[in-house]
Design a protein around this ligand. Structure first.
Ligand code: CTP
Ligand code: CA
Length: 228
């Protein structure tokens, strides 16, 4: 199409996207969090809406304004995000888990602020596992729904980025896994991004380095031919 024109190849599709990073409370004023900005999830929502989808963005601690035409559902913790995503996913054609969901949360949350010098002054923070939302989406997926995961990986002694990503895709059981190489502090909080989309059928689609909107467009172009 011409400049700015986008094929409405997601028209009539219901899309749920999680974005941002969960915060797991320690006491009324403190939390364990992560550095996810929510920008990639926002870009996915913006691009999907522009291509005709009906979009719900489940947003964990993101301050950005709602993209045009997108319904934003706020979620603070992993537990909140799980509740919101599973509810919104009920009639979705595609669910994209772009959020950084905390793997662990403090085992107990103090009802009052932890004070220096008090008897309750902690020397360690016991953690418990959070639910794996992506795994639950895969377990309850109905025929025809696509479940897309995200993974930020680094290469290490056990394998390169793609080897880790292929193992994660197999472990998670999702249809597509969008893989970011975060070796050397890349990606987080930056607007430029590069990714590979791995599919359960073994194909790998490389998305050229570009803006998060460009990466989002590449992700949707990989999703569209797989929709029933
Ligand atoms: N995810 C999720 N629920 C969690 C943790 C992760 O839904 N409790 C989702 C993320 O949103 C992402 C995908 O799972 O789409 C992969 O997240 P990642 O942290 O890479 O996977 P983990 O299985 O937690 O592996 P790791 O031990 O490497 O963190
Ligand atoms: Ca994790």
């Amino acid at each position: 199409g011409g400049a700015g024109a986008l094929a409405p190849d997601l028209a009539g599709r219901r899309v749920v996207i999680s974005a941002g990073g969960t915060r797991e409370p320690l006491d009324p004023v403190r939390y364990l969090g992560n550095r996810s900005s929510g920008k990639q999830g926002w870009a996915l929502a913006r691009v999907a809406a522009a291509r005709g989808a009906q979009v719900v963005l489940v947003a964990a601690n993101v301050e950005l304004p709602a993209p045009f035409g997108v319904r934003v559902v706020p979620a603070g913790t992993a537990e909140d995000l799980r509740t919101a995503v599973l509810a919104e996913a009920a009639d979705a054609d595609v669910v994209v888990m772009a959020a950084a969901v905390a793997d662990f949360r403090p085992a107990t949350v103090a009802g009052t602020k932890l004070k220096k010098g008090s008897a309750a002054e902690p020397s360690a923070v016991p953690l418990v596992r959070n639910p794996d939302v992506l795994a639950e989406l895969v377990a309850e997926r109905r025929a025809g729904r696509l479940v897309v995961g995200f993974a930020a990986e680094t290469g290490d002694a056990d394998g390169d980025v793609l080897a880790h990503a292929r193992a994660k895709l197999a472990r998670k059981g999702c249809d597509l896994l969008v893989v970011n190489d975060v070796s050397g502090g890349r990606v987080f909080g930056r607007s430029d991004n590069a990714a590979v989309v791995l599919a359960a059928d073994g194909t790998a689609t490389e998305l050229a380095e570009g803006s998060k909107d460009a990466v989002a467009a590449g992700v949707w172009s990989t999703v569209v031919p797989r929709l029933s």
